[in-house]
Write a protein of this length. Structure first.
Length: 94
């Protein structure tokens, strides 16, 4: 069990590849006790579609936001079963 509550945030364009004509990935970052894991959300957006942690200017923004919320619940449940962050990817792919 992880002793300290992990911090979970969504990170857009971590690799700085987005442009007005090129989408970039939206990832989830889980940090705890000095360790960080990045988890793919499978969502790619243009720069004008992500603002202040919300998906905007996108025809399916509501569905994508629901997908993010569902992923957040799954990750939180997996973290309850984890001894450390290195186990997280294995728990998510079950």
């Amino acid at each position: 069990m992880i002793n300290k509550l992990p911090k979970i945030t969504f990170i857009y364009d971590r690799r700085k590849t987005a442009s007005p004509k090129k989408k970039a990935s939206l990832e989830m970052r889980v940090s705890s006790e000095g360790k960080t894991k990045y988890i793919s959300t499978g969502i790619h957006l243009y720069p004008n579609q992500w603002k202040n942690g919300c998906i905007i200017n996108c025809p399916d923004a509501l569905q994508l936001s629901q997908k993010l919320n569902s992923l957040l619940v799954v990750v939180r449940q997996a973290l309850l079963k984890c001894d450390d962050l290195s186990m997280l990817p294995r728990l998510l792919h079950r």
